[in-house]
Design a protein around this ligand. Structure first.
Ligand SMILES: [Zn+2]
Length: 260
């Protein structure tokens, strides 16, 4: 290939019949369709939705872990407080039995026993307050846990619904891709290998579009008006010359309606 200054036409080494060159336009249409499908596959809205749902599910799992830890802590505290209440109750019973039995006759001993019962009753009342408070906190913790459970169920249902939508879209895209790939195979069959190699190389270098038609002096791939010099060279070029556009080096096809 000649390295021409900008504004001049470049001829490729490859030569191909005008018919083979025209088929490159069909190929370019199918490749554009395949590119669109691949882009759609990568940018399905369901993918973003699923990633948001993943974040939500992780938060819910954290909330459940925290709530479970909280509940276990409260259960332990509650068991301890209930045991304390029971111990105090047992001591009060024992003291009351002694008092009822009338076995304590010494006045000082009696007074001390009565004062112990009074202070134990106060202690029992305080401990029962603690138990009630813990029970209320446990109820609140259980409500949070139940809420997290409900949220987990809701997220699971959303994930299932969005996954089903994503899979339906992927199936649809896969079918369209298979159709375009089949058509591509038909277009490529029997085309000269060197022309296809050039097309693939150009396609890789020029943003996915390997060939474009010339129409009214414009490369429809780049939407760029060709220079008069280039257009004159195109008019002079043999039909089997494979032309390249000035702008992005795309293969420039001269269809019968190019308006040259
Ligand atoms: Zn161009």
């Amino acid at each position: 290939m000649r390295q021409d200054p900008r504004g001049r036409l470049t001829l490729a080494f490859v030569k191909a019949s005008p018919e083979a060159q025209l088929r490159l336009l069909e190929l370019a249409d199918l490749d554009a369709e395949l590119n669109r499908l691949a882009h759609r596959r990568r940018t399905l809205p369901e993918l973003a939705e699923l990633s948001q749902l993943d974040e939500r599910a992780a938060k819910v799992r954290d909330a459940i872990t925290i709530a479970d830890t909280n509940l276990a802590d409260l259960d332990r505290e509650l068991a301890r407080a209930e045991k304390d209440v029971e111990q105090v109750r047992v001591r009060i019973d024992r003291d009351n039995k002694k008092l009822d039995a009338g076995s304590v006759s010494n006045a000082r001993e009696l007074e001390s026993l009565q004062s112990e019962v009074t202070s134990l009753r106060r202690r029992q009342s305080d401990l029962e307050e603690v138990v009630l408070d813990l029970m209320e906190r446990r109820e609140a913790a259980q409500t949070l846990r139940d809420g997290a459970d409900g949220e987990a169920t809701a997220v699971g249902a959303d994930v299932a619904a969005v996954t089903a939508r994503r899979d339906a879209s992927l199936t649809e895209i896969g079918e369209a891709e298979a159709k375009a790939a089949g058509a591509r195979g038909g277009v490529v069959r029997g085309m000269p290998a060197d022309l296809l190699t050039l097309y693939d190389k150009v396609r890789a270098q020029s943003g996915g579009l390997g060939a474009a038609p010339l129409r009214r002096g414009q490369c429809l791939g780049c939407r760029v008006q060709l220079s008069t010099v280039a257009l004159n060279e195109i008019r002079a070029a043999a039909p089997d010359e494979v032309l390249r556009c000035e702008e992005r080096r795309r293969i420039l096809i001269r269809p019968p309606d190019s308006g040259l």
